[in-house]
Design a binder for this molecule. Structure first.
Ligand SMILES: Nc1ncnc2c1ncn2[C@@H]1O[C@H](COP(=O)(O)OP(=O)(O)OP(=O)(O)O)[C@@H](O)[C@H]1O
Ligand SMILES: [Mg+2]
Length: 421
């Protein structure tokens, strides 16, 4: 019924009441400055009645557990919190058609479960939902039909039950993720070259403690998964570690030397959660060459090798901003590899990546580990943790609540955390 209405629509603005969308980068769709005003913006824009808007607002806040985010500036939100608000504004709008572009790429497990419940509710109300996704497991039991795209064309159009019944190999051949039990493959090898010691990591913002890690030891050379819910303080921890937050306190001991925050920029490299902030060059090749200190002719060859490892060689002349989200992410990773820093921090490096590219990122991280680098991988992606991390840190409300190797207890702890995905 709805789709037949759409055939009569010629102007884009006429679509607005019927179609609500969540973009891949939530920030690019924000119109206001505060969480509350953003949630109701689309409803106000359509001139809905005040009482109706208020009741939609309250329903949305309850369904997505947004109470703690109300009244906050959109600029003070974590990556996942921003994504929650983008989902909330479309949720409040309640159009007939929902178009969601990787709505869960930065979300924690609890919020994905909230999204599942919301989508089921939309379905019961007869809404049409179109979702572009790499994380597929949460859609099992929700999606009715699956379209698989290849080079701009629909290569497969199949009923969901038949899709879920495909063998695992077939999923991987198509570059898709499957859902398996969480079982980390990477074991920490002979790493007895000492520890990284962190002391007094602390950061407060408007009297609110955002980060509080009195002491933490990390085996040098480890690949550390930094885990925890949206807003737990993972990105804040990473930025403090790299010396990128001026007011954050904390000392890092590495190879018997103490580093204050401002000294750590020469030691640490960070691949940001939103990589758009760190790509500056005119071409992918230039970007990859930025950190290479060598003769011009060898710089190019070295950069090309890294690009080739990351499946980016074909687009070496392209402008980084003309690439897809996943490709841009890999360009930023190329920069980390060529920087030759000792500590590398990846903030959600595989959000928005398919199975094959997730594996490539894991393989680059393992390669960096072979080169002796110590790495922190902030992620909500159990596949990535299983593929490359050999140590973990679990954060809650700015604190480290648990950390260690993959012994049986720790493995079960994290498997329970990721269960159902
Ligand atoms: N400038 C700021 N002012 C006030 N609060 C802030 C500011 N920056 C971050 N916060 C808050 O600090 C908390 C930690 O944010 P952080 O970005 O470190 O979370 P995160 O664990 O990386 O979450 P995600 O998984 O969603 O990326 C969040 O609740 C966030 O709202
Ligand atoms: Mg973050």
């Amino acid at each position: 019924m709805v789709l037949s209405v759409l055939t009569d629509i010629s102007a884009l603005y006429e679509l607005a009441p019927y179609v609500g969308s969540v973009f891949q980068h939530p920030k690019s769709q924000f119109y206001t400055l505060l969480t509350d005003t953003e949630i109701v913006f689309a409803c106000e824009n359509l001139g809905l009645d005040r009482g109706d808007i208020l009741s939609r607002f309250e329903k949305t806040v309850t369904a997505l557990h947004l109470e703690k985010l109300l009244g906050k500036s959109l600029f003070a939100l974590s990556g996942g919190e921003k994504q929650k608000i983008a989902c909330a504004s479309v949720c409040a709008l309640m159009p007939d058609i929902f178009v969601l572009d990787e709505p869960t790429s930065n979300l924690d497990i609890g919020t994905i479960r909230d999204m599942q419940a919301i989508l089921m509710d939309w379905k019961r109300q007869g809404k049409t939902i179109i979702i572009a996704e790499h994380r597929l497991a949460w859609l099992c039991g929700i999606a009715d039909r699956v379209l698989y795209f290849q080079a701009g064309e629909i290569a497969l159009d199949i009923a969901a039950e038949r899709f879920w019944a495909l063998p695992v190999d077939e999923f991987h051949r198509m570059g898709l993720r499957t859902f398996c039990e969480f079982s980390p493959a990477a074991k920490l090898g002979q790493i007895d070259s000492g520890n990284l010691e962190l002391f007094g990591f602390r950061y407060e913002q408007k009297n609110e403690i955002i980060l509080d890690i009195p002491q933490l030891s990390i085996p040098k050379g480890a690949i550390v998964a930094v885990l925890g819910n949206n807003g737990a303080g993972k990105t804040t921890f990473a930025r403090s570690l790299c010396g990128l937050i001026k007011k954050a306190k904390g000392t890092l001991c590495f190879d018997g030397k103490e580093y204050a925050p401002e000294q750590r920029m020469g030691l640490c490299y960070m691949v940001m959660q939103d990589v758009n902030h760190q790509l500056f060059s005119e071409s992918v090749l230039d970007e990859a060459m930025l950190g290479i200190k060598a003769l011009p002719e060898s710089r190019e060859a070295m950069a090309e090798q890294v690009l080739s490892d990351l499946d980016l060689l074909d687009c070496k002349d392209a402008h980084p901003m003309s690439l897809s989200g996943g490709q841009r992410q890999r360009v930023a990773i190329a920069g980390a590899i060529t920087s030759h820093k000792e500590i590398i921090v990846f903030d959600e490096p595989t959000s928005g990546l398919d199975y094959r590219h997730m594996q490539e990122v894991a393989s680059s991280i393992r390669k960096l580990s072979d080169m002796g680098k110590t790495q922190f991988v902030i992620t909500h992606d159990p596949d990535l943790v299983a593929a490359c991390c050999n140590y973990f840190v679990f954060m809650e409300a700015g604190k480290v609540v648990c950390s260690g190797y993959w012994n049986e207890t720790n493995q079960k702890y994290i498997a329970d955390y990721f269960s159902g995905l």
